[in-house]
Design a binder for this molecule. Structure first.
Ligand code: NAD
Ligand code: ZN
Length: 251
């Protein structure tokens, strides 16, 4: 049971969404129920390091082995994880709506694994390694680190194909995400603390362009004042309820 009665909001959504585009911005909270820790919550520590200190180009230049071992640890957790009810509900919603875009800050690939097709991965993906020289991409390494993975084309070092602190997002992905935010009628912000820019600015862009913003997060975040409605509950609880409401609306 949730602390709040979600029914009035759920009754509203099918009508708001009928025939109109939806954007869903997701963060680490969506994958929490797949057993993957969020960044700012407890359990996010790794060998006494803060993730923020390992997820930078400077850290990689200084000590690629430590950075790769951190990503190998995350990959190991990820390979043991599966999509949860929240991911699966989003995949069902995509099949019910004329246009739905997931913009995710997650690098775990779980939206695609659940069957979502229109996914923009703002921060890249853990499942891929990229050459630091020729930019060729390969599946992320499976074995232990060391040895450090190297490019099969040119021999240079590979790095995780994720966006680190201090790096720019892919311009094409960002442009697709901001256009989707500007054009949508409804914008869900799910499981993100909404403090990491520029992803956090998408909800503002959507609200300014006239979209109804809804937040799904058990905790209050800086997005709350923008929101037309707030679901203070877990993603794996709220998203299936929304998908079911849409299904009833479509029936
Ligand atoms: P976050 O850890 O900052 O926030 C997670 C949010 O999820 C919190 O607001 C929490 O209340 C909420 N939450 C927890 N359980 C939930 C549930 N079951 N259902 C719904 N919500 C739930 O994660 P974020 O907002 O995704 O962080 C933004 C980005 O910052 C990350 O995607 C990442 O790219 C970047 N970051 C990366 C690293 C790194 O190691 N690479 C470290 C820190 C931040
Ligand atoms: Zn190369």
């Amino acid at each position: 049971m949730s602390a709040f009665d979600l029914t009035p909001l759920l009754d509203l959504l099918p009508e708001l969404l009928a025939g109109r585009p939806l954007v869903v911005l997701t963060g680490a909270g969506v994958s929490a129920e797949s057993g993957l820790p969020t960044f700012r919550g407890p359990g996010g520590m790794w060998e006494g390091n803060r993730p923020e200190d390992l997820a930078t180009p400077e850290a990689f230049a200084r000590d690629p082995e430590t950075v790769w071992r951190f990503y190998a640890w995350r990959l190991e957790k990820l390979r043991a994880a599966s999509p949860n009810e929240g991911h699966r509900a989003l995949a069902r919603m995509e099949r019910l709506l004329p246009r739905m875009t997931i913009v995710t800050q997650n690098v775990d690939g779980l939206h695609a694994a659940a069957g979502s097709r229109n996914v923009l991965e703002l921060h890249g993906t853990l499942l891929v390694a990229r050459c630091t020289d020729c930019e060729s991409r390969f599946p992320a390494p499976e074995g232990p680190i060391p040895p450090l993975p190297r490019c099969r084309v040119c021999g240079a070092a590979l790095r995780p194909d994720v966006v680190w602190f201090g790096e720019a997002l892919s311009p094409a992905t960002w442009s697709a995400a901001s256009s989707a935010a500007e054009e949508c009628a409804v914008f869900f912000v799910v499981g993100t603390s909404s403090v990491v820019a520029p992803a956090s600015s998408l909800a503002l862009l959507a609200a300014r362009s006239g979209a109804y913003v809804f937040e799904i997060n058990p905790e209050k975040t800086p997005i709350a004042p923008l929101a037309a409605g707030v679901f203070r509950a877990r993603a794996a609880e709220v998203l299936p309820a929304i998908a079911a409401a849409l299904q009833r609306g479509a029936a």
